[in-house]
Design a protein around this ligand. Structure first.
Ligand SMILES: [Fe+2]
Length: 191
């Protein structure tokens, strides 16, 4: 363990302070960024061997590291199988993702419709970026992205959300079909 190791409990204590200090989401995200990076760099404190075998059906696994009783400030270790990922989705809250093991490809989308037709959504692809370990992706509420592991090995990232993503009513999208539907992820059980 390095002397400047930064544990999940330390991260959570800082997240609570930051949230109280910065009601503005833009400033909150800027402040959470370096915290996520420090926690990612201290992976020896939270990354366990069993996390490196993601759910084969889902294509990825999320391992809960923290969640407040009201489902806010949810922290997860995510691991991703090779050539697997997510559909385009939103989070229903802010999200900060720090790379830990391997690169992760992110495609970003923008919603063109007003969301008034249930089950329907018109999306436009607006960009893509590869995120590496040591990099942080901060996403304001409303961001739509798709994550894919284009490598031949399992990748890992550390995710922090304003609210647990299964408690926000978020959506997954099929841009070709123009559809939107609820997106609930299967969360790995805590050991
Ligand atoms: Fe996401």
């Amino acid at each position: 363990m390095t002397t400047d190791a930064y544990s999940i409990p330390q991260l959570v204590a800082d997240l609570r302070r930051v949230r109280a200090e910065y009601p503005d989401e833009h400033r909150l995200l800027a402040t959470v960024r370096p915290l996520a990076l420090r926690a990612a760099e201290s992976r020896e404190l939270w990354l366990e061997d069993h996390m490196l075998a993601p759910d084969r059906e889902q294509g990825f696994s999320l391992f809960p590291l923290h969640e407040e009783p009201d489902h806010s400030l949810a922290v997860f270790a995510f691991s991703w199988l090779p050539d697997r990922g997510t559909p385009p989705h939103d989070h229903g809250t802010w999200a900060v993702v720090a790379g830990v093991v391997g690169p992760e490809w992110n495609t970003f989308w923008r919603r063109l419709d007003d969301g008034s037709r249930p089950g329907q959504a018109k999306l436009e692809r607006i960009g893509a970026k590869m995120f590496l370990p040591g990099e942080v992706l901060a996403m304001p509420t409303g961001t739509i992205h798709q994550v894919w592991n284009q490598t031949e090995a399992v990748t890992v990232s550390l995710h922090i959300y304003g609210v647990h993503i299964n408690h926000t009513g978020r959506s997954q999208f099929d841009p070709e079909k123009g559809t939107a539907e609820p997106y609930i992820a299967r969360v790995a059980r805590q050991r």
